[in-house]
Write a protein that binds this ligand. Structure first.
Ligand code: ADP
Ligand code: MG
Length: 243
């Protein structure tokens, strides 16, 4: 459960988030909006990279705004970045293990299970010992998701995990994302431009435009709204196809 209350962000003369209030209750929530709508900025507020000028965010009833980034991680907030953060010179296994170093586990076996389990869950067990530099774009996105699943997450936020993927790769990604709430009891907040991915994964979708809430509701209903189609003028055909 995510509660966003009157959140505003200001960068000089730009207000990428403008008095946003919204409650997001479904297991997998989508966030769409045109380029520059404020999607990544909202995710930055939630993950602690940007302090809002006004407002607060609660996750499962706990206020997370104001907590330093490491406390948010401890609480169970996880995110991926639009530009992946895979270390090129480490293997996939080492990349995921590095995240486990920041979490606490009952014992070594529990840690090992979390690391290997997450890699297996995203379908990359056969790439364990490949270096980051040898991974494809799809594999890097999946590796980022594996990292986000370590250490009992409560909320996993994915920033455009489908960018640069082909159709069949995107289908695998859909399965992975849909499986997250069952795998680790975490809510998922999915930002993407790909409305097919959003429709396939999200029970509920919110639309941001110029930092304000344009629509919120069941995904297919939201995609059919005239004001949403209008905001997406350039991608009208894509929206039509998905709805
Ligand atoms: N650190 C920053 N400093 C100044 N302006 C920023 C900064 N980050 C984002 N912006 C501006 O805020 C707006 C929203 O950006 P962003 O949240 O990245 O949009 P989206 O992810 O929806 O494409 C854009 O106009 C962008 O240029
Ligand atoms: Mg963005």
């Amino acid at each position: 459960m995510i509660e966003i209350n009157n959140v505003s962000v200001q960068f000089g003369g730009v207000k990428p988030i403008d008095g946003l209030t919204v409650n997001l209750t479904k297991p997998i929530v989508g966030l769409i909006g045109p380029n520059g709508a404020g999607k990544t900025t909202l995710l930055n507020v939630m993950s602690g990279f940007v302090e809002p000028k006004t407002g607060w965010v609660k996750v499962n009833g706990e206020t997370i705004t104001g907590l330093p980034a490491h406390k948010r991680a401890e609480f169970g907030l996880r995110r991926t970045f639009q530009t992946d953060q895979i270390a090129e010179d480490l293997t996939l296994l080492e990349n995921v293990e590095a995240i486990a170093d920041h979490s606490t586990f009952e014992n070594r076996e529990a840690r090992r299970k979390a690391v290997y389990g997450a890699i297996d869950f995203v379908g990359l067990s056969h790439r364990l010992n490949r270096r980051g530099s040898d991974l494809s774009t799809e594999e890097r996105h999946l590796a980022e998701i594996a990292k986000a699943l370590i250490g009992s997450p409560k909320l996993v936020m994915l920033d455009e995990p489908g960018a640069g993927m082909s159709g069949s790769e995107s289908e695998h990604l859909q399965k992975v994302i849909r499986g997250i709430p069952g795998y680790c009891k975490s809510q998922v907040f999915l930002i993407d431009h790909d409305v097919d991915l959003i429709s396939a994964c999200c029970n509920e979708t919110m639309v941001l435009d110029f930092g304000k809430l344009l629509a919120l509701g069941p995904t297919l209903e939201v995609l059919k709204k005239p004001e949403v189609q209008q905001a997406y003028l350039g991608n009208f055909d894509e929206l039509e196809a998905a709805a």
